[in-house]
Design a protein around this ligand. Structure first.
Ligand code: ZN
Length: 221
């Protein structure tokens, strides 16, 4: 299904979908569960726009490339261009929305790549690897340092995180990203996953929430 940015009230957002900039190991508890050291500066990677699918109505996972892990993350939609060294105020003003998202990962493939010191793209950038829910408007979120994300699978809460526990908070993370890549309207940031990642299976029923803002039901088809 083709993807277009939209707000949770159904309004279309007229920015073209750009790149998805992701941060790895942004919650200490998650780094620990995968036995990864804590990075001293943000560990960044990019998912291309081609891997983004809407959360509405269910999504598919690859069947033939090993274990697929879910990573529930707070997604941030950029609505104005940002380049080197924007102030936190400029960054806040450039944020058009927040949404819950899934950063899907071929964990077995990623483990092999990590072992060899190779880039992660084939584990992180396959078609369908970024599942995005509709966004709540940026100004609907009062405090970006207190934003909760929760993933429930088949009735059981698997991930329950809050942006206050991020090693690199959202605005500072975006400032860091801008030191490496310019951001355009329509780009998305995935801000890292809290502890509790695990495998997805066909038929799983998911509830993805941006606490106090939005809640979506979806499934693995
Ligand atoms: Zn992730």
């Amino acid at each position: 299904m083709s993807y277009q940015h939209q707000y949770s009230d159904g309004t279309h957002i007229h920015f073209p979908l750009g790149k998805v900039v992701c941060i790895g190991r942004n919650y200490a508890e998650h780094a620990k569960e995968l036995n990864n050291p804590l990075p001293s500066e943000p560990l960044l990677f990019i998912k291309p726009g081609s891997c983004v699918v809407p959360l509405d109505g269910g999504f598919c996972i690859p069947q033939d490339r090993g274990v697929v892990h879910y990573e529930a993350e707070i997604a941030v939609l950029i609505g104005k261009p940002l380049s080197r060294n924007p102030s936190p105020e400029e960054i806040r003003d450039a944020i058009s929305g927040f949404a819950p998202a899934l950063d899907l990962t071929l964990r077995d493939v990623q483990a092999r790549l990590k072992e060899k010191g190779l880039p992660w793209e084939i584990a992180k950038a396959f078609d369908g690897a970024c599942v995005l829910a509709p966004f709540v408007p940026g100004d609907a979120v009062e405090d970006v340092t207190d934003l909760g994300i929760r993933l429930t699978i088949n009735g059981e809460v698997r991930q329950d995180g809050n942006s206050r526990d991020m090693l690199h908070p959202i605005l500072l993370m975006i400032q860091h990203v801008c030191g490496h890549f310019s951001l355009q309207a329509g780009d998305v940031l995935l801000t890292g996953t809290p502890a509790g990642v695990g495998p997805l299976n066909s038929g799983d029923e998911l509830v993805l929430e941006l606490l106090g803002h939005t809640r979506f039901d979806t499934r693995v088809v």
